[in-house]
Design a protein around this ligand. Structure first.
Ligand code: MOS
Length: 744
C-alpha cells in the first residue's frame, strides 16, 4: 500500500498529548539550572545614561545581573551572509538603544520568581533621543532597497504602464494598508544553555538548527563545532523562530560566566519587542482593464516599514509578477525607516499582505465591470509567467476556483452588494485567489537500516508542529516497504545531516526528497546484494522488477525478508545519505515558474445595526503538487486560513507613536481568532504531482492557506454591505459609517 498521502496520525502525537515531548524550556537533564529574566528598555530610542543594578544584585537568590557594562565582547553581524538568520546577534553590547523593549539587563537567579522580582529593581536612567514611530507620517522618507532579499529585483517594469493605464476603459486605483503583526507561537521563545568545558549545548526552539548554530558561534566568537543545538520539539514558529533571539544569546553568555545551566524564556509581552514583526505596509494597486475585463495594465507599489539598523524587505509585490496576465506592468518595493526592532518573516512573508491588497483590488475591478470575480480572473489567466516569460510547471488556479465555486455554492452569491439580509445580518460572499512561490534548498538526510529491519531517518530538519516526523516516516516506509512502526525519525540536532530547516514552506519538500533519495541508495544496495548472494532466493534474478513491501524484497514469485538479506550481507546494517540541492542550481527552477495555487471562498454576516462582522463559513481549494499526508496538510491549510481571517478582521499591533511601544502587547488585547470566530471552515486539496518541482512531485503548503484568505473575507464584507475597507483589519468602526440605512 502506498504510504505517501495517507492521512495517518502524527507519529509524535502520543508524546505530545501525554507531555513526554520535551520542549526547550523543559529540559531538565542538564543539571540544576538558574533562571534568567530579561529587562527591556522603556524608551524607543536613546541611550542608557546610568544603570544601577546594586539593589537587584542584593535581591535574594540573584547570582548575576548582566548589562552592557559587564557583558563580554561579542561578534558583529556578518552582513555578507545570505541568511540573516545565521548572523551574529550581539546583545547588551553597548549603551545605545534602538527600539523599545531592547534588553538592558539580564537578571539571573536561583528561581524564576526571584529573577523576575529582582528585574524590577534594575534602575535605568535614559538619555532619550527623538525616534520615528509613525510610519504613515514618514512615507516621504521611503527609499528603494538594493534588491528584495538578495533574490528578486526591487522594481520591475514591462511595457508602458502609464499610457496603458490612462487609456484603460475601466480603472481601479486604490491604497491599502496593513498593520504590524506578530507570530504568536504557543511556545514562547525559550532557551536552556549549558556549557561543558568549552562546549555549549543550547536547547532552543528554532526552525533552522544550522542557522542557530552559526549565529550563536559567531556571536560568542567560538568555533561552530563547539556549539550543539537541540530542538526536537517546537511549539510553533511561523517564521518567528527562523532565527535566534536575545534569550538564547543571554542564556549562553550567563551560563558561561556562572558555570551553571541558565534558562531564559520570553514572556508573551516581550515577544512583541524582542522578536521581529511583519512590517506595516501601504500599498497602491492600479488595475486597468478593457470593458471585457481583460487587464491591460497592472501596478503594485509597496511601501513598508524597516528598521534603520537592520534592513528587511518583505517580498510583497513579488507574486504580482506571476499572478495575472497584462501587457503593461509595474511592481515596486520601498522601505520607510522607523525605530522598531528589525522585522522578520511572518507566515507567507510578502503574499500575505500583498494579496490582501491585490485580491481586494481585483474584486473592486470586478465590481466596476459588473462581472463575476471568478470570471474576471479566468479572463486574465496567463499562459506563460507574465514577467519571466517561462512556462508554469503546474498552474491549476482556474481549477481551484471552479472546484471551490461548485462546492461552496458560489452561484447563490448576492450579485448586488448589500442586497441580502438574514434577520439582523447583512450577508455577503467573497472569493480570492491564492498563489505562493515554491522554494527548494540544500538538505541532507541519512537513513540507516538496522539488522533487525528497522529504519532510522536522521536530519537536522525540524518539526515546528507541521508534521515533519510523520511525513518522513511515511516517505521512508513507502520507499523501503516497511510498516510505519518500523521507521524512526530523529530531527532537530546539530551534528545530524544539515538541512535548510522549516521555513518558507520548503521543509517538507526538501526533507522528503532527500529521505526518498537516501532510501533509493539503500534499495539499490539491497538489490545488488540479493542478486549476488547465492544463498538468497533472489540470487541471479533481474533486480529491475524488485518490489519492497511488507519488510521483504520480492522479485517475481521469489521473496526474502530484509532482515535475512541484511544478516548475511550487511550484519552491521546499511546506511545512506540523500540530498537535494538549492533551487538556484536546479535547471527546472530556472526554466519554470513553480508556484502553488488556491481559491478561497467566504460567507460573512455583518450586523446591520452595529457593524459586527461574523464569518459564517469558509472554504479553500488548493493545488500544491502531491500531498504527503492529507491530515497534516489539511491542518496546515485550515490553520493558515484562520490566520487569514485574523488578518482581515482581528490582528494588529498598535503603536504608541510617542514611545515606540506596541501598546496591545498581550493576547488579551492583540486579537487573534478563537474557536467562536472560526465556524465552518474547510480546506480541499486537489490531488496532483508537480514533476518540475522534484522527483516526488511535492510542493510546500504551510503558507499557501494564508495567501489571499483575508481578501476573500474583505470581499465578502463588501458584498454584504457595499462598504469597502482598505485599511486592515476590517473592524466594525470602519464598516459602520457606510452601512445602508434599512427599515427606516
Ligand atoms: Mo516561514 S514565515 O518562512 O517560517
Amino acid at each position: 500500500m502506498t504510504m505517501i498521502g495517507q492521512p495517518i496520525n502524527r507519529v509524535d502525537g502520543p508524546l505530545k498529548v501525554t507531555g513526554r515531548a520535551t520542549y526547550a524550556y523543559e529540559q531538565w537533564d542538564v543539571g540544576q539550572p538558574l533562571y534568567g529574566f530579561i529587562v527591556g528598555a522603556t524608551i524607543g530610542r536613546g541611550r542608557i545614561a546610568r544603570i544601577d543594578t546594586s539593589r537587584a544584585e542584593r535581591s535574594s537568590g540573584v547570582r548575576l545581573v548582566m548589562t552592557y557594562r559587564n557583558a563580554p565582547p561579542q561578534g558583529r553581524p556578518d552582513t555578507t551572509l545570505f541568511s540573516s538568520y545565521a548572523r551574529a546577534r550581539p546583545t547588551l553590547s553597548g549603551p545605545d538603544l534602538h527600539h523599545y523593549g531592547e534588553p538592558v539587563a539580564l537578571v539571573v537567579a536561583e528561581t524564576f520568581e526571584q529573577a523576575r522580582a529582582a528585574a524590577k529593581f534594575v534602575k535605568v536612567d535614559y538619555a532619550l533621543e527623538p525616534g520615528h514611530y509613525d510610519f504613515a507620517a514618514r512615507q516621504e522618507q521611503a527609499y528603494a532597497p538594493k534588491n528584495v532579499r538578495g533574490l528578486w529585483p526591487t522594481d520591475t517594469a514591462v511595457g508602458d504602464f502609464d499610457s496603458a493605464f490612462n487609456a484603460a476603459a475601466v480603472k481601479v486605483d486604490q491604497h491599502y494598508t496593513t498593520p504590524y503583526v506578530f507570530s504568536q507561537p504557543l511556545e514562547p521563545h525559550a532557551c536552556v544553555a549549558a556549557w561543558r568545558g568549552d562546549e555549549l549545548t543550547v536547547y532552543v526552539c528554532t526552525q533552522v538548527v544550522d542557522a542557530a548554530r552559526t549565529a550563536l558561534a559567531s556571536t560568542l566568537q567560538i568555533d561552530s563545532q563547539r556549539v550543539h543545538v537541540v530542538s526536537p520539539f517546537i511549539g510553533g514558529g511561523f517564521g518567528s523562530k527562523l532565527g535566534i533571539h536575545s534569550e538564547t544569546i543571554l542564556a549562553a553568555l550567563a551560563a558561561r560566566q556562572l558555570k551553571q545551566p541558565v534558562k531564559v524564556a520570553m514572556t508573551r509581552q516581550q515577544i512583541f519587542h524582542l522578536v521581529g514583526m511583519r512590517p506595516t505596509s501601504s500599498q497602491r494597486v492600479r488595475l486597468g482593464a478593457d470593458r471585457d475585463g481583460r487587464l491591460v495594465a497592472i501596478a503594485h507599489e509597496v511601501n513598508m516599514s524597516t528598521s534603520p539598523v537592520e534592513e528587511y524587505t518583505e517580498q510583497t509585490a513579488i507574486t504580482t509578477r506571476s499572478l495575472y496576465a497584462a501587457p503593461h506592468r509595474v511592481t515596486r518595493h520601498r522601505l520607510t525607516p522607523v525605530d522598531f526592532q528589525p522585522a522578520e518573516d511572518v507566515r507567507a512573508p510578502g503574499e500575505a499582505p500583498g494579496l490582501l491588497a491585490v485580491e481586494s483590488a481585483m474584486d473592486e475591478l470586478a465590481d466596476a465591470l459588473a462581472m463575476d470575480p471568478i470570471e474576471l480572473r479566468i479572463r486574465n489567466e496567463p499562459t506563460l509567467d507574465p514577467e519571466r516569460g517561462v512556462p508554469f510547471s503546474d498552474r491549476r488556479l482556474v481549477e481551484c476556483m471552479r472546484e471551490g465555486a461548485r462546492r461552496f455554492g458560489w452561484e447563490h452569491r448576492p450579485t448586488r452588494p448589500a442586497s441580502r439580509r438574514d434577520g439582523r445580518w447583512l450577508v455577503g460572499y467573497g472569493m480570492a485567489a491564492a498563489i505562493r512561490m515554491h522554494f527548494q534548498g540544500q538538505t541532507k538526510v541519512k537513513v540507516r537500516l538496522a539488522p533487525n529491519g528497522t529504519a532510522a531517518v536522521c536530519t537536522d530538519m525540524t518539526d515546528i508542529g507541521t508534521g515533519t516526523y510523520t511525513i518522513l516516516t511515511q516517505v521512508a516506509a513507502e520507499r523501503l516497504g516497511l510498516p510505519i512502526d518500523r521507521v524512526q525519525v530523529e530531527l532537530g540536532r546539530s551534528g545530524f545531516p544539515v538541512s535548510s530547516g522549516s521555513g518558507g514552506s520548503w521543509g517538507a519538500g526538501n526533507s522528503s526528497v532527500a529521505t526518498h533519495r537516501a532510501c533509493e541508495v539503500l534499495r539499490d544496495q539491497l538489490r545488488v546484494s540479493a542478486r549476488n548472494d547465492p544463498r538468497s532466493p533472489l540470487h541471479g534474478l533481474d533486480p529491475a522488477g524488485a518490489v519492497f513491501s511488507g519488510g521483504c524484497l520480492t522479485i517475481g514469485g521469489a521473496s526474502e525478508a530484509l532482515t535475512e538479506l541484511l544478516a548475511r550481507n550487511h550484519p552491521e546494517g546499511l546506511e545512506a545519505e540523500g540530498e537535494i540541492g538549492s533551487m538556484r542550481d536546479d535547471p527546472n527552477y530556472l526554466a519554470h515558474s513553480i508556484h502553488t495555487y488556491g481559491a478561497h471562498f467566504a460567507e460573512v454576516g455583518v450586523d446591520a445595526d452595529t457593524g459586527e462582522i461574523r464569518l459564517r463559513r469558509m472554504l479553500g481549494v488548493f493545488s500544491a503538487g502531491r500531498i504527503l499526508n492529507a491530515k497534516t496538510a489539511r491542518s496546515q491549510l485550515i490553520g493558515a486560513m484562520s490566520w487569514g481571517v485574523s488578518a482581515a478582521l482581528h490582528e494588529q499591533a498598535v503603536v504608541d507613536t510617542r514611545s515606540g511601544a506596541f501598546v496591545n502587547r498581550d493576547l488579551a488585547e492583540y486579537l487573534v481568532p478563537v474557536h467562536a470566530d472560526i465556524p465552518q471552515l474547510d480546506a480541499i486539496v486537489l490531488d496532483g504531482f508537480d514533476d518540475k518541482a522534484n522527483v516526488l512531485g511535492v510542493k510546500g503548503l504551510g503558507e499557501l492557506g494564508i495567501c489571499g484568505a483575508g481578501a476573500a473575507i474583505a470581499n465578502a464584507v463588501f458584498n454584504a454591505t457595499g462598504v469597502r475597507v482598505r485599511d486592515f483589519p476590517i473592524t466594525l468602526d470602519k464598516v459602520l459609517p457606510g452601512l445602508p440605512l434599512l427599515d427606516g
